[in-house]
Design a protein around this ligand. Structure first.
Ligand code: ASP
Length: 322
C-alpha cells in the first residue's frame, strides 16, 4: 500500500499542527509522499503566509521597502522550526528570495515560496527527501499545466525515491526560462493529485480542517451530515457549483488512474472523512448526495413565434450571449 498525503495550510499553521501531521505520517508506513501547503492562519484574524508573500511582493514591485513583511514571514517559519526543535537554517533561502524580489521575479514566484519553504521544513522534520516542484511540475508557454511533460519528469523522479516531500501549488515554465508558475489559489490539492498519479499510489489522502464533504453549506444549514462516499462526477458538480473543500481541478489527474481521494481531518484523524471514487458498489443512503449553489445569476426570457421550428435559432441566441 502506497499513499500520497497532502496537508492544507491550517494543518501546518504552527509547530503544534506540524506535530499532529508528523504523528499522522509516522503512524502508517504507507504515507510515503507528502505534499504541504504554505502555513495558513493560526487564528481567525491571522494572515496566511501566501497572502503575506503577495503583499510583500507588491511592495517590492512598487519599489517600496518590503523588509518588514519579509521579516514577518521569516518569523512565521522560525516559530515553527523552533517549536519543532529543528536544527535548520533558512537564511540562504531568504537571502535568495530578497534578491529575487528586487529582481522582479514575479508574483507567482513570490507566492510559491510559502510552499517551497514549508516543504524544506517538512522534509527536515520527517527526514524525507525534498523534491523542488519546479524541477518536476511543468507548465506550457501559455501558462497551462503540461501533463505530458510533468508525467515524464515526475514519474521518473519518484521511481528513484522511497519517501519525499514535494511542495504544493507551483511548478515552472517549460520554455527554458524556468520561471515559476502557480496553479490558482488552493492549488496544492492539484499538486497532491499529480503526485498521486505519478507515484502510482493506492490512495490520495487530502488532510484538512474538516471531517470531509458536508451535505450542505454549514453557514446556511445547521449541522449538515458528512458525505461518506461520493463519486468524482458528483464531486465535480458540487465543486463547480461552489462547494469548496477541494480544488475543482484536483480530480482529473487521479480519476483516469482509478486512484480514490480521501478527505481527512488533521484535528480528528479518526473520523472516517469522505471517500471520493469513480463508482460506488453499495446502494447510497440518500437519493441526493449533496446540495450546493452559486449566487449572482440572471435569467433571460426570450419570446418569439415559431422559434421552435427555426433552424439555427438557439445558435444565434447563444452567439449573442457569447
Ligand atoms: N498556499 C496557496 C493558497 O493559499 C495554495 C494552497 O494552499 O493550496 O492558495
Amino acid at each position: 500500500m502506497k499513499k500520497v498525503v497532502k496537508f492544507g495550510g491550517s494543518s501546518l499553521a504552527n509547530a503544534e499542527q506540524f506535530q499532529k501531521v508528523g504523528d499522522i505520517i509516522r503512524s502508517e508506513e504507507s504515507r510515503r509522499y507528502v505534499v504541504p501547503s504554505a502555513p495558513g492562519k493560526r487564528f481567525s484574524a491571522d494572515t496566511k503566509v501566501t497572502d503575506l508573500l503577495y503583499a510583500c511582493y507588491d511592495k517590492a514591485e512598487a519599489g517600496e521597502d518590503f523588509s518588514d513583511i519579509l521579516t514577518e514571514i521569516k518569523s512565521r517559519f522560525y516559530e515553527i522550526i523552533k517549536g519543532l526543535n529543528l536544527d535548520l537554517s533558512l537564511e540562504e533561502e531568504f537571502r535568495q528570495i530578497e534578491a529575487d524580489f528586487k529582481a522582479h521575479a514575479g508574483n507567482e514566484y513570490a507566492a510559491s515560496r510559502g510552499e517551497f519553504l514549508n516543504g524544506k521544513v517538512m522534509a527536515a522534520y520527517l527526514g524525507y527527501e525534498f523534491i523542488d516542484s519546479a524541477t518536476v511540475i511543468r507548465f506550457d508557454k501559455n501558462g497551462n499545466f503540461d501533463a505530458d511533460k510533468t508525467d515524464k519528469l515526475l514519474a521518473k523522479r519518484l521511481q528513484k525515491c522511497e519517501r519525499a516531500v514535494i511542495p504544493g501549488f507551483y511548478g515552472s515554465l517549460n520554455d527554458g526560462s524556468k520561471k515559476i508558475k502557480t496553479f490558482s489559489r488552493g492549488g496544492s490539492d492539484v499538486t497532491g493529485s499529480i503526485v498521486a498519479r505519478n507515484g502510482h499510489v493506492d490512495l490520495y489522502e487530502n488532510w484538512t480542517d474538516v471531517s470531509g464533504f458536508l451535505i450542505a453549506d454549514p453557514r446556511i444549514v445547521r449541522n449538515p451530515a458528512t458525505i461518506r462516499t461520493i463519486t468524482y462526477k458528483e464531486l465535480r458538480e458540487l465543486s463547480y457549483m461552489g462547494a469548496s473543500v477541494l480544488h475543482e481541478n484536483s480530480i482529473f489527474p487521479v480519476r483516469s488512474e482509478g486512484i480514490p481521494i480521501q478527505i481527512k481531518n488533521t484535528n480528528n484523524p479518526e473520523d472516517p472523512g469522505t471517500l471520493i471514487v469513480e463508482t460506488t458498489c453499495h446502494k447510497p443512503d440518500h437519493v441526493i448526495t449533496g446540495i450546493a449553489g452559486k449566487k449572482g445569476f440572471a435569467t433571460i426570457m426570450i419570446e418569439k413565434d415559431m422559434m421552435n421550428s427555426e433552424i439555427g435559432f438557439g445558435r444565434k441566441v447563444l452567439q449573442v450571449l457569447e
